[in-house]
Structures are given as structure tokens and as C-alpha cells.
Design a protein around this ligand. Structure first.
Ligand SMILES: [Ca+2]
Ligand SMILES: [Ca+2]
Ligand SMILES: [Ca+2]
Ligand SMILES: [Ca+2]
Length: 394
């Protein structure tokens, strides 16, 4: 029997173009004041802004899934991927993970839509146009379902003022949950002023302790309030989910937490056709206070490129890729080189369609390339662990 010799070469992807499906870096963590600030992540004495950025990165990068809070309206985080997240036409491109949930116990049986803990954060995206791996390029807002609605305020600007440590608290005597209703003053550019109250459940400073500024200013679009006091007496608030396009607005297992880069618009609202994005900014999109629940603040606990690996959800490119697989063939049919992405180091084999073992290969975590130039055209199976992925060699 004729022995066929295959030439096998595995090339681990160039470091500059990584293949982690998750956030690789947090570039900036600038939350607004809020009841979870200095706790998610935790501020420790003498922490600098950079220390807090690194703490935020430890929470949300890779697959750590630890919540960070962005505080009240305007607070934000900027993170990035180690590669271009492709904008594939007609598909969601990435998912942002948070802690939104729908409440089962909504006392309003006629609730117009799903609601519970939905704290919508606005998403901006950026393409590394100057190729320096830094988010210093143009930002584009992803136009979610509320973009362009008359109740969405453009160019909203808010300033929060550092509370005087000697301030005398002003509790709400008729509502035992609020122990200081004039805690942090805020003003806006013509859209009203107010206070961020302090509540009895969170007694640490709500103003970021690592900054020396005596006031913090944030700006952007502001979404309409999304809460209803369904109890009528301040005991049961429901935050209703907006349809699509916001973080911490639908549960993680819902496509409502997926994002399509095709939603990107420029400052005048024109659609921009981005090939993909490297950087993402998420900011709390509402300025509202829900009694004992406190201010509405967007949380983030991670993000995933939906195209890189099949197990992250979304729509798969290859029809026979099943959920929970940890290897994916990037293009199929294939000509001379098979590109396989794996999320772990593992042995794999390539079999002919008749079950004959042709190749033993070692897959590394990340992107692997296998040269197939000595293999005849036909249908083959990549087998590893319990995965059997069919591919066609042209
Ligand atoms: Ca897309
Ligand atoms: Ca939340
Ligand atoms: Ca750049
Ligand atoms: Ca929150």
C-alpha cells in the first residue's frame, strides 16, 4: 500500500494579532459617583487612577466575569480586544456581559415589556485607524433602539461635586432607606440639577476616592428614564429593558446583550461602515434614582467576540459547529491551509471521510495553521476530544 507523507506545519499566530475572544485590556476606568464606587472594584488607600484601571482590567479581562460599576449617568470604561472584531454583515459581532435580569415578581400584570434590573449603558466603538494599538481614534456610537428618539437628549452634560466630609446629612424622614438626600450635588447643561442620595445599604464614599478633582464632568447622549415604581409607594421599582443596543439591559444569555458594529453612527447620525472594531466604551446612559435601589448604574463584567469562537453564542458561520465546542475551523472549504482556533492546548486528528487516520496534530490555544497541500481534494474530519468537525479540501 502506498504510503502518503504529509507535510505538517503548525504556526502559532503572530503576537500582535491575538485571538482571545475576550477583553484583553482596560484603557480607562472613569466611573461617575455611585453606591458601588470604591467597592466594585475595591479602592484601597493610596490607589491611583492607574491602580484602579488595572483592578478593573483584572475584573473584566479574559473570562474573569467580575462586575465593575460605572456609577451614575456618564461614568464609563474603555476596553479593547487583542485583534479586530470583524463586522460581519447581518450578524451580531460582540457581546457585553453584565448583570441585568428580568424580574418574575413584577406586580404589574399588564407590564408593557420585559423588566427587572435593566440599567442601560450606551456603547461607543472605535477602529484603530492609526494602527498604534491605542484608543486615540474616532469614536462612533452604536445606535441602539432609543437613538434618535425625541426623548433621548443629545450632548447632555453633567457635573458631580465632591461632597464636603463635614456635611450634615439630610435623611428622608418618611423613607427610611435614604440617609442623605443631598449627598452629592449634580448640575447639567440646562436639563435640571439634583442630588445623588446616599442609602443605608452603602455607607462608603460614593465619590471616586482616587481622584483629586473636586468635581467630575461627563457628557454624551442621555436615555430617557426606564423605571416605573410599580408599587406606587417606593417599595418595588421595575426598570424596563430597552429593545436593543444597550449594556446591562438584557440578560447575558439573551441576544439583547449582543451588538452589531453595523449600528455605528458618526456624530451627525450618519451610518459608518466599519470593517470591525478594536475598542469599546460603555457609559451609564440614564440619570435616574430608584428609591432604595439607589441610582441606576450600568455594570460590566466582560465582553466576547462572537465570531472568533463558536461557544460564545450568536450565529455560527459553520453549520455543523455545535455549541460548547472549543475548536473552530475558520474557513471552510479550505484550499491549502486549515486555520483552526482552539481555546486550549489539545491533540487532534484528521481523518478521511472513510475513517482513515491521516494526520496527528497538536493544537495550541489560539490560532493554528495546518498546511494541507499534500492532501487530495475531498471531505475530511477534524477530530479532537468529542468534537468532529467536517471540512472540505478544495
Ligand atoms: Ca455585524
Ligand atoms: Ca446592573
Ligand atoms: Ca489608535
Ligand atoms: Ca447597577
Amino acid at each position: 500500500m502506498k504510503q502518503i507523507i504529509f507535510i505538517l506545519l503548525i504556526v502559532v499566530a503572530n503576537n500582535l494579532y491575538g485571538v482571545s475572544p475576550y477583553i484583553s485590556k482596560v484603557y480607562e476606568y472613569s466611573p461617575a459617583p455611585g453606591q458601588f464606587i470604591n467597592e466594585l472594584p475595591e479602592y484601597e488607600t493610596d490607589d491611583t487612577g492607574n491602580d484602579m484601571r488595572l483592578k478593573a482590567e483584572e475584573c473584566i479581562a479574559e473570562d474573569e466575569r467580575i462586575l465593575i460599576s460605572l456609577g451614575g449617568y456618564g461614568g464609563y470604561v474603555i476596553f479593547g480586544f487583542d485583534h479586530l472584531v470583524e463586522n460581519i454583515a447581518g450578524e451580531y459581532d460582540f457581546k457585553i456581559l453584565a448583570n441585568a435580569f428580568y424580574a418574575n415578581a413584577n406586580p404589574n400584570p399588564y407590564a408593557p415589556k420585559k423588566g427587572g434590573s435593566c440599567e442601560p449603558g450606551i456603547v461607543m466603538v472605535s477602529y484603530d485607524a492609526n494602527g498604534n494599538y491605542k484608543p486615540d481614534d474616532e469614536w462612533y456610537e452604536l445606535a441602539g433602539s432609543e437613538y434618535g428618539k425625541p426623548e433621548t437628549i443629545k450632548d447632555y452634560q453633567i457635573t458631580y461635586y465632591r461632597p464636603d466630609p463635614n456635611k450634615i446629612p439630610t435623611p428622608d424622614n418618611n423613607y427610611p432607606y435614604l440617609n442623605d438626600t443631598t449627598y452629592i450635588k449634580w448640575t447639567t447643561n440646562g436639563h435640571g440639577d439634583g442630588y445623588l442620595s446616599r442609602n443605608v445599604y452603602h455607607l462608603q464614599s460614593y465619590f471616586p476616592l482616587w481622584t483629586d478633582e473636586d468635581h467630575l464632568t461627563f457628557e454624551g447622549d442621555k436615555l430617557n428614564d426606564n423605571y416605573v415604581d410599580e408599587s406606587g409607594n417606593g417599595t418595588y421599582y421595575v426598570q424596563y429593558a430597552y429593545e436593543y443596543g444597550y449594556v446591562d439591559n438584557h440578560p447575558n444569555n439573551d441576544t439583547g446583550s449582543n451588538f452589531d458594529i453595523s449600528w455605528a453612527v458618526d456624530k451627525s447620525g450618519g451610518v459608518v461602515n466599519l470593517p470591525g472594531i478594536h475598542f469599546v466604551k460603555v457609559m451609564t446612559g440614564v440619570n435616574q434614582y430608584c428609591g432604595w435601589l439607589g441610582e441606576t448604574s450600568t455594570e460590566v463584567m466582560g465582553a466576547q467576540d462572537l465570531h472568533l469562537l463558536p461557544w460564545v453564542g450568536g450565529t455560527e458561520k459553520i453549520s455543523d459547529v455545535k455549541r460548547n465546542q472549543f475548536v473552530k475551523i475558520m474557513e471552510n472549504p479550505v484550499k491549502d491551509m486549515l486555520t483552526i482556533v482552539s481555546n486550549k492546548n489539545i491533540d487532534a486528528e484528521i481523518y478521511s471521510i472513510h475513517g482513515k487516520l491521516l494526520l496527528n496534530i497538536k493544537l495550541y490555544q489560539g490560532m493554528n495553521k495546518v498546511y494541507l497541500n499534500n492532501i487530495d481534494a475531498g471531505i475530511y474530519i477534524l477530530k479532537c476530544d468529542t468534537n468532529n468537525i467536517k471540512f472540505i479540501k478544495k
